[in-house]
Write a protein that binds this ligand. Sequence first.
Ligand code: 5GP
Ligand code: ZN
Length: 116
Amino acid sequence: MIVSDCLFCKIISKEIKSDIIYEDDSLLAIKDINPAAPVHLLIIPKIHVASLNEVAIGDVEILGHIQLLASRLAEESGVSERGYRLVNNCGEWGGQSVFHLHYHLLGGKQMGWPPE
Ligand code: 5GP
Ligand code: ZN
């Protein structure tokens, strides 16, 4: 389902241009427009789910697929050996700004923990 006022649905439908790294029937991976690390990709399911709060048992396969793709893209981006981070920001306090489920793959620099 495409949601007409959703930025990532527009990116998925190619109505808005993005730098696509990977695409299949169910997932899209793009470069983040405002990278927070030397490698900063967004892994986005093509189905519109607003956030991790909305996922259901039927989404298990796609959630697993996201993890496998993150591992593969980390390898292909050259960050798997030194390490990287896969992040989902959920809701206002989690820092989510685009309400279409997505995961950030961040790497290429030392990152701190815990987050501020
Ligand atoms: P969130 O804050 O929801 O976890 O992450 C949204 C991400 O989308 C941010 O890192 C932001 O830089 C990125 N972003 C926002 N608008 C665009 C866009 O038009 N194109 C791309 N490629 N990334 C975007
Ligand atoms: Zn959407």
